[in-house]
Write a protein that binds this ligand. Structure first.
Ligand code: CU
Length: 276
């Protein structure tokens, strides 16, 4: 048991943590990994012991003793897995809940906002800020951490940066409504919540950033949202995690997490010439 805990908590198989919800996810992983290691070692020890202890003596070709029924043993081997599974189930459900997983994929606010957004794209006179962000703050995809908590408490934290993501065979395209920037890579500032509004042009894709511990399907005809706060500057891969066609394997991009000033510089550099 001690060895299991040691392996589960000390052996690090995960990539660096680069978003505010990563540590919550990682603690679940460590618990599951510890339980898995304990079970593996426990079973291995019993198997090896039995191989040695109950080895067939030379010259003995008869049947072994017929043993049947052992109530205490049956109770033990039913109770232990039941407790373990119940604990794992409740713990993972809690984290899934906190990451916004129980919110309907397309509730009324999302649908409304998608429509507003559509309208905003076609009639540029309509300000992008017309979208009812206050209502959407109720449940945030992937939104664990202080930023999301503040968002739920009435938006005390820094305003989130909206980015429209279009997934298509075989690329992700990022559009920043503020400043009208279009990019093949996602650039985000460190420490500021980012809200992705994702739409698929053709088939189902999935937006996955292992270092953020985030993965979300992008579905044709529905806008899915994903919010995160990057906590570590650097460049991380964005991988499409849904088999979406012949070049699915090539559907990759990068997310570049900048220091706030560097992000401002990137934004100024990439703003269209028409806007000053
Ligand atoms: Cu794809």
């Amino acid at each position: 048991m001690g060895t299991g805990l040691l392996v589960g908590t000390r052996v690090n198989l995960l990539p660096v943590e680069a978003s505010s919800n990563a540590s919550t996810y990682d603690s679940l992983f460590k618990v599951l990994f510890s339980i898995g290691t304990m079970l593996f070692l426990g079973i291995l020890i019993v198997v090896v012991y039995s191989l040695v202890r109950f080895r067939r003596p030379v010259g003995d070709s008869g049947d072994g003793p017929a043993i049947e029924g052992n109530l205490p043993l049956e109770i033990v081997w039913t109770a232990i897995p039941a407790v373990v599974i119940l604990f794992v189930g409740i713990y993972s459900y809690d984290i899934y809940e906190r990451m916004g997983g129980m919110a309907p994929l397309m509730d009324h606010t999302t649908m409304h906002e998608a429509a507003m957004h559509e309208a905003a794209m076609h009639h540029s006179a309509m300000p992008a800020s017309a979208a009812p962000d206050s209502q959407a703050g109720e449940r945030i995809w992937g939104g664990i951490g202080p930023a999301a908590a503040a968002d739920r408490n009435g938006g005390a934290a820094a305003a989130s940066l909206p980015v429209d993501v279009t997934a298509m065979q075989f690329a992700f395209i990022f559009h920043y409504p503020e400043g009208d920037i279009t990019s093949g890579e996602l650039h985000v500032p460190l420490g500021q919540p980012v809200e992705l509004r994702m739409q698929a042009r053709d088939v189902i894709h999935a937006f996955w950033v292992p270092q953020f511990r985030l993965k979300q399907d992008v579905i044709p005809g529905q806008t899915t949202r994903l919010s995160f706060t990057a906590t570590r500057a650097g460049t991380y891969p964005i991988v499409c995690a849904e088999l979406c066609g012949a070049y699915h394997g090539g559907m990759r991009s990068n997310v570049v997490v900048h220091e706030p000033e560097a992000f401002e510089a990137w934004r100024l550099q990439n703003a269209p010439a028409t806007t000053t």
